[in-house]
Design a protein around this ligand. Structure first.
Ligand code: ZN
Length: 125
C-alpha cells in the first residue's frame, strides 16, 4: 500500500467550552496534514497528484481561514477543537476522493508545534 501526504495551513479563532483559558477568544495558525492511500499507483506512478490533493485541501481550508470557527454552521453545538476540525476536513476530503481509486487515511490538525489531533475515520487500515 502507498500513502501520500500534503501539508497546508490556515488561521482561525475559536473558543472552547472546556474551562480555563481556552474559553477566552483566541486564535491559532493551524497546520493540517492530509494522508491518502492506494493499493496501487496510477498510470503516472502516483497515489494522487500532489497538486490535486493540495487544490482540494485549499478549497476546504478557504472555508475555515480567517473565520471564528464557532460561528460556522458545521460547528454549531460542537466545540471547534482540533479534533472536530480534523473530522470536518476528513469528511470533506472523503467527498472529494469519491470515485477515485484512493482512500483518506488520516487528517492531523496541529494547533501548535506541541499539540495536535488526528482523525482516521472508521474503516480499518
Ligand atoms: Zn485553541
Amino acid at each position: 500500500m502507498y500513502e501520500a501526504s500534503i501539508r497546508k495551513s490556515f488561521s482561525a479563532a475559536h473558543t472552547l467550552d472546556i474551562g480555563g483559558k481556552c474559553e477566552d477568544l483566541h486564535g491559532h495558525n493551524f497546520t493540517v496534514d492530509i494522508t491518502v492511500r492506494s493499493q496501487d499507483l496510477d498510470s503516472e506512478g502516483l497515489v494522487v497528484d500532489f497538486r490535486i490533493l493540495k487544490g482540494w485541501t485549499d478549497d476546504i481550508l478557504n472555508e475555515l481561514d480567517h473565520t471564528y470557527l464557532n460561528d460556522l454552521p458545521h460547528f454549531k453545538g460542537l466545540n471547534p477543537s482540533s479534533e472536530s476540525v480534523a473530522r470536518f476536513i476528513f469528511d470533506r476530503i472523503v467527498e472529494k476522493v469519491r470515485n477515485k481509486n484512493i482512500t483518506v487515511s488520516k487528517v492531523t490538525v496541529w494547533e501548535s508545534n506541541s499539540a495536535w489531533a488526528t482523525y482516521r475515520g472508521t474503516e480499518s487500515g
